[in-house]
Design a protein around this ligand. Structure first.
Ligand code: ZN
Ligand code: ZN
Length: 412
């Protein structure tokens, strides 16, 4: 099939299975100008589906870099009110949000990490209200990816540029199931499998999960009433959507005060345009008390210094090591892809929807239940082929959940 046809199928999948766009609903798209061809396909399909508005927030890596290099610090940290109001007005109107992302892990490598950290913190603060719509599933949202030249070259450094881009399209189409006969049906099936895994874990209501592999020996306490989620999510009116495409994970939150032990990352992490690699973190009572990194130590330090919550965990996710992304044997340098290759945790904010009643709790109640809060939410990978996970029941008994990087349970 011609690539163009697959792009059409991909756009349709993003609108139907991704954000589940409804007639008379507005659609806001975040996209890079390099992806304009694909964005136009998405926009045309959205209008055909009866969208009442299609608005694109365009970005460009080169221009972002120029700003980081040249702007005075107060410009980087001052998010204008009109920008915040624009985002909020779409959210308040119940718009669907589609982010079309690409990776550029080296973009900001020569920019002072403290400038990046300050800018990230400022935008985190400015968009706090807007982010609540996303983090609490009040509006349908989805993140998908398309290739850029820089990204393709990063993954396939030995291929000529054009071939690298083509290869990356192929990988993406395969991993998000667009190359299957009926991608929408394939996603329905996939969502059902993930939801069976969630049902199993929710039925068990473990008080902790214990992870053991080379470099990792850690116990994640789970809050009472924690909820495992995976695949699709639901907005208050009952409409389904898929926040991440691809997604291979089932995830919950650890108790922010009950993480103890050492965890070693199994893939590099790209944060704020910088690479952190070969790193490990040691936790006591939920807080990072020690950390090391072979590369990007300063970036990791700045990330942890963002706020108190950045030193605690907000997500714990299980992904079999044999996921399609693992099998591709590629490092994508992009969390959306790399996080779905492997079990992972996230530093920073937890999703309140991972706790019974969490969406209705105020900040103090959330804290009392062990739900972490932060301006950041940064996933990093800890899964591997030698990872064993045990579930700890209320009386302290350990039951196998993962053996050698795979489910130790069958869900049928
Ligand atoms: Zn995750
Ligand atoms: Zn996450």
């Amino acid at each position: 099939m011609a690539e163009r046809e697959l792009m059409e199928k991909y756009a349709e999948l993003a609108l139907k299975t991704g954000v589940n766009l409804q007639k008379n609903q507005a659609l806001m798209i975040n996209a890079s100008i390099e992806g304009a061809d694909f964005v136009r396909i998405v926009a045309r399909k959205a209008w055909e589906m009866g969208a009442k508005n299609v608005h694109i927030n365009w970005s460009d890596d080169e221009l972002s870099l120029l700003k980081f290099q040249n702007a005075p610090e107060e410009t980087l940290t001052n998010i204008p009110d009109w920008q915040i109001a624009k985002q909020l007005s779409f959210a308040e109107d119940g718009a669907a949000l589609l982010s079309i992302s690409s990776a550029n892990p080296d973009l900001l490598k020569d920019v002072d990490p403290s400038r990046i950290a300050k800018a990230n913190k400022a935008s985190g603060e400015a968009l706090k209200e807007f982010r609540k719509y996303i983090m609490n599933d009040r509006i349908p949202w989805s993140i998908i990816s398309i290739p850029t030249k820089v990204w393709a070259e990063k993954i396939f450094p030995d291929l000529p540029m054009e071939e690298a881009v083509e290869q990356l399209w192929e990988q993406i189409f395969h991993i998000v199931r667009v190359d299957q006969e009926d991608p929408i049906a394939a996603w329905d099936e996939h969502n059902r499998t993930l939801s069976k895994a969630c049902d199993y874990l929710n039925g068990k209501a473990y008080q902790a999960l214990v992870f053991k592999s080379e470099g990792t020996d850690i116990r994640f306490g789970l809050p009472e009433g924690h909820i495992w989620k995976g695949g699709g999510a639901v907005i208050p009116n009952g409409n389904h959507f898929n926040p991440n495409m691809p997604t291979e994970e089932v995830f919950t939150m650890p108790n922010k005060y009950q993480v103890d032990g050492k965890v070693t990352a199994t893939k590099p992490l790209v944060y704020g345009g910088n690479l952190i690699d070969g790193f490990s973190l040691t936790f006591k009572d939920g807080k990072v008390v020690d950390f090391e990194a072979e590369q990007g130590y300063e970036t990791l330090k700045h990330l942890l210094d963002t706020d108190e919550g950045a030193q605690r965990l907000g997500e714990l996710a299980l992904v079999p090591h044999a996921s399609p992304i693992s099998q591709s044997d590629l490092i994508f340098f992009h969390t959306l892809y790399d996080e779905n290759a492997s079990c992972h945790v996230a530093l920073g904010k937890a999703y309140p929807t991972n706790l019974q009643g969490g969406s209705d709790m105020d900040e103090q109640e959330l804290d009392q239940h062990g739900v972490n809060d932060s301006l950041v939410h940064v996933d990093f990978m800890i899964g591997s082929a030698d990872l064993d996970i045990d579930g700890e029941t209320a009386d302290g008994t350990l039951e196998p959940v993962f053996r050698q990087g795979a489910w130790a349970i069958s869900f049928d």
